[in-house]
Structure formats: C-alpha cells, structure tokens
Ligand binder design. Structure first.
Ligand code: LLP
Length: 420
C-alpha cells in the first residue's frame, strides 16, 4: 500500500497534487511519501513481532536521502552502510552510531578506521583479509571491533544476476566451508570481538525458499561454531525482500517473511539483525516526469520522450526493470508507446511497447516504485545534472535535495593553465 493515489481524476502524493510539485519544483523530480515510509517501516517490524531480540537497519544504499534516513531513524531503524559516505550520511541524519552496521566487500583501511573512531555497532566482515586488517587497526587504537562474519551460502536467490549475491562465484562473503576456520582465527585476535554471522543472498527476491535455505545453512554453522566453543550472539539476515513493480505482482509479505524467519531461527538464542532497503523505500517514491514530446514516427509505435532519463532512473536500462508508468491526470484513454528519455543512446529506454495512459506533449506522469535504487543510482551522464527530491507529509512538502545543475557539477572541474 502506498499513498500515491488518484483523487478526483488526479494523482496525489498523500494530500498534495503531484501537479503542484511539478509546477513549484520542476521536473523530473523524485517524490517520497513520509506516510508510506512510516507504514512500511511499521509493517516490516510487525512482521517480525515474534522475534524477541532484533535490530532493523535500513539499507542506506536504497535511498540515502537525509530526510528519508531521518524519517526511518525516528521509527527506530538503524542503518546498514557500505561506504564511509553512507556512514557519514547516517550519522548526519541522526542515526546513533551504535545502530550502524557496516557491510560491503571493499572497505578501505581509512573507512575501517573512521568507522572504529565513530564507534559504529557492527562490522560485517567479508573476508579473512579484511578481518585481519580491521583487527590491526582496532588494536592500534586499543579497541575491539564488534564483528559478524559474512558467509556465502552458495544459494541461487532466483533474482536478476546483477543483484544476486549469495552464489559461490559472487564476490560476497567467505566460502561456507572455510567459515569456521576463519571465524576461529579472527576470534583470537586482540582487536576483534567476533560475535556473529551475516548473510545476504540478493535483492528483489520473489520467493522465500532461497532465503529459508540460506538461513538454515547459517543455523547449521551457528551450531558448529558454538560446539567449537565460540560465542555467537548476533546473526544478520540481510535484506532482499522484493516488492511489486507491476500492478498485479504478488510478492511474499513481511508477515510471511517474518513467520519463516521465526520458524527457521527458533532456538538460535541470538539478536537477529535485518537490512531491508527496497521493501521499505521502493513504493514510497515516484519519479515525476513531463512528456517533452510524442514522436509519432508515421504509423510505427510512437516514442514518448519524457524529461527523465536513464541517468535519473537507471534500473530499466541496467536490469531491464519494469516501472509502472501512470499519467498524473489520466484521461481514460490508452495508447501504446516506447517510453524513452532524451539521452543519446538506445539503452535510455524505460519501456518498449508499453500500453499506458494516453499522453500528449507537456503532460505529467510518474514512474512508480522509484523510492529505492532511484535517485541514489543517478549519474550526470549527458551533463543532465541531478534531479531534485521532495518529501511529502500530509498536505505539506519540502524539497529534501536540491536539483544540482550541470554548472554546479563542472564547477568542481579544472582546466590546467598549461592548456592555455
Ligand atoms: N544488505 C546488503 C548486504 C545488501 O547488499 C543489500 C542490497 C541490502 C542489504 C538491501 O537489499 P534490499 O532489501 O534492498 O533488497 N540496484 C539494485 C539493487 C542492488 C541491491 C544491492 N544490495 C536494483 O536497483 O535493483
């Protein structure tokens, strides 16, 4: 459920007509709904009601906007970060350091040191090498880093290969058969507080079975580690729950996910950690765009050229992803069009042969389910700048990220004097 609904034939974000936002802020613009974010945060937490000890860390990569992080922080969510930049954002948004989990396969020595200095809650270690480096940096500071070892369960998540992370040939986590040895060696280091395991097999999962298999494997490993005398007090089950992108898509609900987790983890006696991103933010945002012009092309399928492009919303170009495309003021008529952006490559296509609301030059429309992996994946390709972001709250809204103009981007560039 989201709060982008038609009222009297016009699409609103909560109580604000999207047309008003387009007029005041311009297009393209990302629009987020606070009520939807809060609802999703609540529904996800409710789904885990049967889990006695838990920590939910929002995957910052999915939507790192400071205002979005603030909304979720106020819901009691921590942050799952994968870079120093994300860590600083989470802190800037007011998320307590102790609620931050640092994941990611390539944390640099600088990032590890900064995270230790910031006293974040947990590091999810991706390799023995990383663990050794972190232990050394922590020992130098007289600290002990709270760590979980990320394991690679070698399970096919059944999602797009570019967002699958739990197969043996993916770069993530340590091979399952090596995990006990690595855990044991790292646990002995003075700079380390090895306290748990972490797993994340992929994103936009539409089936709970691969998650269940992965969690069961983690449970087996947990038992082995304990039998070997190791302390395991935390298990991070990652993110990955998919969301409906197409009207009619049916995905496992947070309640079904929670019931599966409760069943599989029964008796583990640990604090369970979660890193949801898309399921919280995905349907809480739309990308509002204006039709530049409809290119009729004789009697071929028309190209609907909109002012948003692959640099603003990369998912269709990158993964062939589907985003519903709806008029802000639907006339009731339909048309079939290729929906494309202005960028100079054919990959800048949002949809081919899409049956959509009939639109004419200057009309407004939205790409739905753009609240996760939307603005955060933007680039300035074709010198298009970065799109503004707006947060709606009831009948008010605020620009929560300014539009960044190409001039502001090239202000950071220099032409050396020896080119004169
Ligand atoms: N934890 C870890 C370690 C992750 O790598 C990810 C996502 C998450 C949590 C959050 O997963 P979620 O709950 O959002 O599925 N750009 C792609 C998605 C990449 C996901 C990367 N990792 C897309 O647009 O579909």
């Amino acid at each position: 459920m989201d709060h982008f609904q038609l009222r009297n034939g016009e699409l609103f974000a909560e109580d604000v007509p999207l047309a008003r936002i387009a007029e005041e802020v311009g297009t393209p613009v990302y629009v987020y709904s606070r009520a939807t974010l809060e609802r999703h945060a609540q529904v996800f937490r409710d789904g885990l009601a049967a889990i006695p000890r838990k920590h939910i860390a929002f995957a910052v990569k999915s939507n790192p906007n400071l205002a979005v992080l603030r909304v979720l922080g106020r819901q009691g969510y921590g942050a799952d970060v994968v870079s120093g930049g994300e860590m600083r954002r989470a802190l800037a948004a007011g998320i307590p350091a102790k609620d931050i989990v640092f994941s990611g396969v390539g944390k640099t020595a600088r990032e590890l040191a900064d995270a230790l200095d910031a006293e974040i809650g947990q590091f999810n270690i991706e390799s023995e090498e990383e663990g050794l480096e972190l232990a050394r940096i922590a020992a130098e500071r007289g600290k002990r880093a709270a760590c979980a070892l990320r394991v690679n369960p070698d399970i096919d998540a059944g999602t797009h290969e570019k967002i699958s992370t739990g197969k043996a040939d993916n770069k993530f986590g340590v091979p399952f058969d090596l995990a006990t040895g690595i855990y044991a060696r790292l646990a002995e280091l003075p700079g380390m507080n090895m306290r748990g395991l972490a797993v994340h097999i992929g994103s936009q999962l539409s089936d709970l079975k691969p998650l269940e298999l992965a969690f069961e494997k983690v449970g087996t490993l947990l038992g082995q580690l304990r039998s070997a005398g190791h302390r395991v007090t935390h298990v991070d089950l990652g993110g990955g729950l998919g969301v409906p992108y197409k009207a009619g898509d049916v995905l496992p609900s947070p309640a079904e996910y929670g019931a599966m987790v409760a069943r599989v983890t029964q008796g583990w006696d640990v604090e369970l950690m979660f890193e949801p991103g898309r399921v919280i933010a995905g349907n809480a945002g739309v990308l509002l765009t204006r039709v530049i012009r409809v290119k009729r092309n004789g009697n071929r399928t028309p190209f609907m050229v909109v002012d948003a492009a692959m640099n603003d919303l990369a998912r269709p170009a990158l993964y062939g992803a589907w985003h519903d495309f709806d008029a802000v003021r639907p006339s009731g008529e339909r048309m079939t069009a290729h929906i494309v952006g202005p960028i100079c490559e054919t990959g800048d296509t949002f949809a081919r042969d899409r049956n959509c609301d009939a639109l004419a030059d200057g009309d407004l429309a939205v790409f739905r389910t753009a609240g996760a992996y939307g603005a955060t994946m933007a680039s300035s390709y074709n010198s298009r700048g970065f799109v503004a972001e707006v947060l709606v709250d009831g009948d008010r809204f605020a620009v929560v990220a300014d539009r960044i103009l190409p001039e502001e981007i090239y202000a950071a560039e220099r032409v050396p004097e020896w080119l004169d």
